[in-house]
Write a protein of this length. Sequence first.
Length: 175
Amino acid sequence: MVDSNTTNRDRSRYQRGKDRGQSVSSIVVAVSEIDSGQIDNVSDVVAEVAGPAHATVHLVCPFSTDEFEKTIQRLEYDADSPPEPDELAKRSQSVRQAAAGLRDPTRNYGMPITVHGRITDNTGEAIVDTANEVNADRVVICGGNRSPTGKAIFGSTAQYALLNAPCPVTFVRSD
């Protein structure tokens, strides 16, 4: 049985995109330090989709509470007045690498880039929440290296995003 509310919501969402004359206006891209080896592949995929449509790219950098605190210490911020998660995310190596890749003159179509830092214990949930907040038309996530058996299933973050995102999800495999 198909949930008619979900079906109607999805149809109206895609119809809104058609009414604007664009197929994609907002893309959420999940990046973390773990994914740093795949940032170039992800940037290629995002540029192919977002570039021609001049879509806004939302880079989401999730931090666990522990990672956030360690990063504050490593970057020598005052622990009594820590920066906002968005500010810390902008200093993340993976976010800077992704932004640089998207601004590369060979792929830069003038697409705006926004950075979102999230403190969370559930990365998939942070990705989906951001997609909902920005009314994303697509989510792009990357997958880690897996054994031949493990390739039959997605990791928990990818699986959560695939099942719960309000829009299509593009999964970029590692090489």
